[in-house]
Design a protein around this ligand. Sequence first.
Ligand SMILES: Nc1ncnc2c1ncn2[C@@H]1O[C@H](COP(=O)(O)OP(=O)(O)OP(=O)(O)O)[C@@H](O)[C@H]1O
Ligand SMILES: [Mg+2]
Length: 405
Amino acid sequence: MNVLLLSPGYPAEMPEFARGLAEVGATVIGVGDQPAEALPERTRRALAAYVRVRSLFDEARCVEELRAELGGRRIDRVESLWEPLMLLAARLREALGARGLGVEATVPFRDKEVMKRRLDAAGIRTPRHVAAHNAAECWEAAERIGFPLILKPIAGAGSADTWRCDDADELRAVLPRIAHVPVVSVEEFVDGEEYTFDTVTIDGEVRYYNVAWYRPRPLLARSNEWISPQVIALREPDAPALAGGVAMGLAVIAALGFDTGFTHMEWYRKADGEVVFGEIGARPPGAHQVDQMNYACDFDVFREWARAVTAGRFEARIERRYNVASVFKRAHGQGTISAIEGLEELYRRHGAAIAWNHLLPVGARRRNWKQTLVSDGFLLVRHPELATTLAIADEIGERVQLYAR
Ligand SMILES: Nc1ncnc2c1ncn2[C@@H]1O[C@H](COP(=O)(O)OP(=O)(O)OP(=O)(O)O)[C@@H](O)[C@H]1O
Ligand SMILES: [Mg+2]
């Protein structure tokens, strides 16, 4: 099996996916725009070859460079687990004759308007939505949808350029701030809790799934620096309260004709129990949520994903032993991390439940919390009981503090 893996060194989880592929016996050919020497050590060990292209974001040129570089070598799979490269992967599959989603099948995963129209046609409950190309169309959409509403790019990520507007004054204030976005999705604001439905799917059949709970909702977490956002992989995704979301997830995968690999869907549950679709990606979630799955089940889902895409099998036994919470921290102050408070106390009280300390160390430069949910790092808690998991996660939010100077 010859597998092209796009951007094998970035983001942070990619070395693990590269390792997984190598471990199941694939010949992994990395494709990236960074020099080979700059790749993480783990990635380099997993790669049989590396093709450096000028830019991963010049798709047409990238296809030509690879065609020339590979010189007729057979490519069985082209894999990308990073949102901005999904269409490049699709184009490469078509150009190189590899199996997997082509361009037409990928577009509904990239364009949130096409996505929702496709799902509407399949009878799935999406937020009422209208695509708008300019301010006048946004006003028209607001007229039709009513307040409160959400404005967001049709191909956004990380809640960038996403705004909630509760009335006409707020819409007037937001419009100039999104003038640079070519097409926005204007949506009914859905009030409720927000969850994921993540899968490893093989030939359209879901073989493993994970439901995570965002606490609080991502837009709130991204708008308030003082919040320590939590993502909680739930031990009981089959609980009755989540059944509507799981059923929706399965229906969405079928409606979009996804074949093999990771998927990451987000959905809302309103106070009255109604379940509403949020969005779906043909890739795994970020922010180390795939690692969370491993901590929840004590298996290696990076390797199982690799087995799924290369051999059409998922072999690990799925036994969900823990709830797993990641608690992301944002330091007080700017510049370089100067102190971390509350860690010793936390370990003394709950050491056995703290599975991973991935906080930035003292001396490291702060990250931009608006650009990455990972922020200044996280602590990962796991416990069989959800209430205990939440209590420890909240304690981390309140009592573990990072300072920067
Ligand atoms: N219709 C809506 N009703 C309520 N909240 C919404 C709606 N659309 C988006 N949001 C909020 O904005 C956040 C970001 O929106 P969305 O997930 O569509 O975009 P994104 O930028 O791709 O997100 P990310 O990459 O962070 O997953 C959501 O997680 C949710 O909190
Ligand atoms: Mg989202």
